[in-house]
Design a protein around this ligand. Sequence first.
Ligand SMILES: Nc1ncnc2c1ncn2[C@@H]1O[C@H](COP(=O)(O)OP(=O)(O)OP(=O)(O)O)[C@@H](O)[C@H]1O
Length: 587
Amino acid sequence: MSQASAALPIASGRETAREVWRLSRGHRLRLATVGVLGIVSTAVNVIPPVIIGFLVDRVRAGTADLGTVAMVTAAMVGSAALGAAGTAMTIVLATRVYHTILAGLREQLVSRAMTLPQHLVERAGTGDLISRTSDDVTAVADAAPSVIPALTVTAFTIVVSLGGLAALEWPYAVAFAVVLPVYVLVMRWYLRIGPRVYGAERAAMSARAQQILESQRGYATVLGLGLTEQRHRSVLAASWGVAVWTLRARAVGVMLNLRLNFGECLSLATVLVVGFVLIDADVSTVGAATAAMLLVLRLLGPINELVFVVDDLQSALASLSRMIGVVTIPEEAGEPSATVDAGVAVRLNGVAFRYGDGPRLFDNLTLDIPTGQRTAVVGASGAGKTTLAAVIAGIHLPEDGTVAQPGRTTLITQETHVFVGTLRDNLTLGAPTAGDDDVHAALDATGAAGLLDLLPDGLNTIVGTGGHPLTDAQAQQLALTRLLLADPELAILDEATAEAGSTHAGLLDRAADAVLHGRTGLVIAHRLSQAATCDRIVVMEQGRIIESGTHNELVAAGGVYGGLWSAWEAGRSTNNTVIDKQENKEF
Ligand SMILES: Nc1ncnc2c1ncn2[C@@H]1O[C@H](COP(=O)(O)OP(=O)(O)OP(=O)(O)O)[C@@H](O)[C@H]1O
């Protein structure tokens, strides 16, 4: 598998073929039927030229009567009808089979995309992944129904027509066969240039998608820093890249047409000259020469189509190998594994981590999180708390060292996604077998049962984009209840109750309390009061753990945490509002 720069991998031709063969399992009988139908309908299409040649000779000999014309007409109409029906059936069946196979591939692509290590996606850029799951899927879907039947029909038309020419007089077949290398040269030229140009066109589309996505995601930052013009220029440059490569791709298409026209001219002229010589030498009849010319004319269409299908095929193959490149990304070594030590739920041993090519954020980080306990992580903004949570959850892979954690781990961040569907579906995502009684019990436990009274259809209310709107606090309650139902061994709450505002902070704190009850918890604490209720506190500074212990131990030690706690207590004795602000400022 080749990996160009930071982009996601692209499958080689062999890997693509192997994966397509694997995907075709269960559809091979129907694929064979497509092939047979294509062959039969093509063979039928060869009848009209031969029968016209027969008619020409009968007319020249003066032996054609009304019966001959009626017989020729009936044969032509019959073969045309049979050919058309066969071709239509081939295309319908082929379209069904290919779309079924493609649907399977698309499912695998989406499920692999959802489980890809985040560092891979970040390094490649989200645009690359989105382009592969949208543009590339469309390219393959658009090409498949035309490419495969055309390939089958064209290949067989060439074989049958060459046989037909040889049956008329072998020099006709030789005359055409000597021109075939011209088409081979045209195709070789095209295969050399085409993939590069089409690959570059697709890469330019990925780059454009990336620029647009970044501008949208960071819209607030762009506005805040006055970067609108700069972003506009970046999107413009990426769009221009697409325009340039699209133009080059179309130019390649035009040059291909010119070469094909030359091939047509050459093959018709060759067969015409051979026909003239054969008739002159009394070896062939005018009818046979007519049939030969008609057969060659019939062949030119499919041959051109083959070259044009190669065009689509190249484009589709480029997309297919990009899709399969994602599907076949192997599970990475270094992904978190289940811990074995009794009493330790999570063990980080000598962990090193950096974002992209940046400096090391963690270097030789070591940490044990005891089973069944609640550990808080505190530290100034940028200390590495969120990154630590993501490394433990397995979202980021360490560059060095090991992470051992329980198999069932759930991470909740401030950004809670509400999926389109019923509230019940959203709550039972991690526990598909949970019944309504379980759901109600979980809602009671997290104090979210009141939410049902606010929704028009209770658990059946459609939420998510376009559905009943939920406030941030409600979405967070939903996420906490979902976690309770999923019942993981390790729950990581990354500031999951931080942004709710003072009205809902207490409510969400109680929900978080219910969720963490009886399991190992890691709380990235925004508020010092939240950390103080945990069994153990870990203090981080610039990617290092500088203190760790119980609240009382750390206060008694009088270190960084002790200082912060004293400041917090001093603030509490003067003004509660100030305390909250002070806490948020500190962390
Ligand atoms: N995706 C990323 N790419 C590059 N650098 C990042 C990325 N995410 C975080 N960082 C950097 O890593 C460092 C640690 O960030 P992290 O978010 O883990 O800190 P934090 O303690 O959780 O901060 P906060 O409390 O503000 O959320 C910071 O310097 C941050 O700029």
